[in-house]
Design a protein around this ligand. Structure first.
Ligand code: CMC
Length: 392
């Protein structure tokens, strides 16, 4: 055939120019707009990181205040949306709900359909960043049968999310600043990751000039898979299944066995062939949170740390350059905070929304923009004549 480059999984195809996120997988380096992820996780805040990803530079104090005000003005979802939630079964997976609700927003904001207008693009972007925590928190509240909690705009982004998830009307609820900080860091570490599967999905959907809410819903759907965002849920389930340190070798052997579909979840990455820099921050954060919440000798953390140690010395993992990724430790923190595993990927989705939007905006504004249209190598039947059903 020779006409097209055959590249399943796009392992060597660059589909766009981008100035947002840089990854050096061999060095284990991740930069948002040039700033190293560990510095941002340490010194910045998620809302500031959102500004940085969207507009390219760190904000001044006044710019940050203004941005925060613009976001908080849009945190509520339309009251009508409550009916949409009530249509779901109580045991629906939060990611199924979030996918549906984000897509349904296209029906509430008709103005956003005109993406040729930069003002409309901006307002749709702010709406999504503001509403995703509310949407995810409502999915959680719905699943536990508690009343929805309205956003509190006097709280910061992470504290407001925790409040919407864990406050109940009958009781006083105060967000622990340490927990809020850990939550904020999780958001920051997941905010963008260049052209991964869900981001590429958002770009591909957006390349047809589709409604931005529909494009982000497509990203949420893609993120759900266990090979992508669903890995955080799968990783914690795996650590729990292993249970105790003495059972680790059995699972290591299973992961190495090519006849066994089992993989070490939270291990390996398409781009990182060195330690995922996000995993390093996450591991430190996991220790801090467990210490501060007084969870001593957490068996899951013990299994995680020991599993990591054993795998990093095992030739199978060494040769294939398989290191823990961001999802290996995030579940331990989310579990300690009180989230059920089914919420983990929804939290990833709300964190990644800003990245999807920044990438979508970059694409829409790119003079090189074209509708995405991969080609194929056809390997089906050659031309043949139709056979009447009576003769088959
Ligand atoms: N456990 C055991 N073996 C593995 C693992 C693992 N977690 N990951 C890769 N391998 C092996 C794989 O079997 C293959 O071996 P061989 O060369 O002998 O056939 C080799 O390593 C290369 O793997 P691959 O599947 O070709 O690599 P990929 O770049 O296509 O896949 C991955 C990357 C992330 C899908 C994969 O490593 C994986 O399934 N990991 C577990 C799921 C996970 O943690 N995903 C989260 C990714 S980070 C967050 C995100 O992006 O959403």
């Amino acid at each position: 055939t020779g006409l097209f480059t055959y590249d399943p999984g796009f392992t060597s195809t660059a589909a766009c120019d981008s100035a947002i996120t840089y990854i050096d997988g061999d060095k284990g380096e991740l930069l948002y707009r040039g700033y190293p992820i560990d510095q941002l996780a340490d010194k910045s805040s998620y809302i500031e990181v959102c500004y940085l990803l969207l507009y390219g530079e760190l904000p001044s104090k006044a710019e940050l205040k203004d941005f925060e005000n613009r976001v908080t003005r849009h945190t509520m979802v339309h009251e009508q949306m409550h009916y949409f939630y009530r249509g779901f079964r109580r045991d629906a997976h939060p990611m199924a709900i979030v996918t549906g609700v984000v897509g349904a927003m296209a029906a509430f904001y008709h103005d956003s359909t005109d993406i040729s207008d930069p003002e409309q693009r901006e307002i749709a972007s702010i709406r999504m960043i503001a509403k995703l925590p509310t949407i995810a928190a409502m999915a959680y509240k719905y699943s536990v049968g508690q009343p929805f909690v309205y956003p509190r705009n006097d709280l910061d982004y992470a504290s407001n999310f925790l409040h919407m998830c864990f406050a109940v009307p009958a009781e006083e609820y105060k967000v622990d600043p340490v927990v809020a900080r850990a939550m904020d860091r999780i958001f920051t570490l997941h905010a963008d990751h260049e052209q991964n599967a869900s981001t590429s999905t958002v770009r591909l959907s957006g390349s047809s000039d589709a409604n931005p809410f529909a494009c982000i819903a497509a990203g949420v759907a893609c993120l759900w898979g266990p090979a992508h965002g669903g890995a955080n849920e799968a990783a914690l389930n795996m650590l729990r299944q292993i249970g105790t340190v003495d059972r680790i070798p059995e699972f290591i052997e299973r992961a190495k066995d090519k006849n066994d579909p089992f993989r070490l979840m939270g291990f390996g990455h398409r781009v990182y062939k060195n330690y995922d820099p996000r995993a390093a921050v996450m591991q430190e954060s996991a220790r801090e949170v467990l210490d501060l919440l007084g969870v001593e000798n957490n068996p899951t953390l013990q299994v995680a740390q020991e599993l990591e140690k054993i795998a990093l010395e095992d030739p199978y993992f060494v040769e294939r350059k398989l290191y823990p990724n961001v999802d290996f430790y995030s579940g331990i923190i989310l579990d300690a905070i009180g989230f059920p595993t089914s919420m983990f990927t929804a939290i990833f989705a709300l964190s990644r929304t800003v990245g999807w939007i920044a990438q979508w905006k970059e694409m829409i504004g790119d003079p090189q923009k074209k509708i995405g249209r991969p080609r194929q190598l056809y390997n089906g039947a050659t031309m043949r004549d139709y056979v009447d059903i009576s003769a088959r």
